[in-house]
Design a protein around this ligand. Structure first.
Ligand SMILES: [Zn+2]
Length: 272
């Protein structure tokens, strides 16, 4: 019997956004995302908050409510240029400030200038960073293999309208596609193309089969899914995580709750 995995509530596709730098144009972008009920992550340089053209610390909590606030380095410095003490400070102080302003635990990051290397990744991990986004577009919809080198589908100037068409008409054999769009809100202001993101949201929002999620919620779910423990014959499965995971065997889709073990297929099986 084949066990199939699903996104939360049995959904089969996921969409997430990541917008960097925390400029004032985030206000308009958030209002568009809220209108379409899609979720995003905003990667912010805490040292630039309050400066001209950037959001203020007082508005961080309210503006991004329902989305994720995450790190981008205090001063937007090249992670690969910094000696370790400065890199540690760049990230740790960013976490501290953003946590203070939001009241949340902040463990996400996008690499300033998209720059990374193995020693940067090791340092970030030691600072509690759980995922980090690159600027290397895959052009596809695959689930990331390494959340510390999380490659997005594309920048919003990467033909997102065409890609939305592909995403909406995904062939059935493509399991658990993720559409991940990144960019900067100031680019819409600079290029005067706000209609691009409106049009994109119009196309992809309010779909029954799609999970609209922040980066961190996506990572948490996929990590929980990958950490399920199966018996050798795959007839029993235990969820050791703190997140429900949705899976199916045959026609059934079931929610496997945190700490729960079930016998598959659930239809004939007994919850243990
Ligand atoms: Zn940036």
């Amino acid at each position: 019997m084949t066990v199939e995995f699903y996104y939360p509530q049995g959904k089969t596709k996921a969409l997430t956004f990541s917008y960097d730098d925390g400029q004032i144009h985030d206000r308009r972008l958030v209002s568009i995302f809220n209108k379409y009920k899609v979720k995003a992550t905003f990667h912010i340089n805490s040292g630039q908050v309050g400066h001209p053209d950037f959001i203020t610390r007082e508005e961080v909590r309210e503006l991004y409510k329902g989305h994720e606030v995450a790190c981008h380095g205090v001063e937007h410095r090249y992670p690969t240029h910094l000696p370790k003490e400065l890199l540690i400070n760049e990230i740790w102080e960013d976490r501290k400030k953003l946590e203070e302003w939001t009241g949340q635990i902040i463990t996400g990051l996008s690499y300033a200038f998209g720059e990374l290397g193995n020693s940067v990744v090791d340092t970030l991990k030691s600072l509690g960073i759980q995922y980090a986004r690159t600027v290397n577009s895959t052009g596809g919809f695959s689930m990331p293999t390494d959340f510390m080198r999380w490659n997005p589908t594309c920048h919003h100037n990467g033909n997102i309208i065409d890609k939305a068409g592909a995403f909406l008409n995904m062939p059935g054999y493509m399991r658990l596609p993720l559409f991940y769009v990144w960019g900067h809100s100031f680019e819409f202001a600079r290029e005067n193309n706000w209609e691009l993101i409106e049009q994109f949201c119009e196309l992809v929002a309010f779909k029954e089969d799609t999970w609209y999620t922040t980066n961190i919620d996506y990572m948490n779910y996929v990590t929980a899914m990958r950490s399920l423990i199966f018996s050798t014959d795959a007839s029993r499965v235990f969820n050791p995580s703190a997140f429900s995971v949705w899976l199916g065997a045959g026609e059934d889709i079931t929610e496997l709750k945190p700490g729960e073990t079930v016998r598959l297929p659930v239809k004939q099986g007994i919850k243990e």
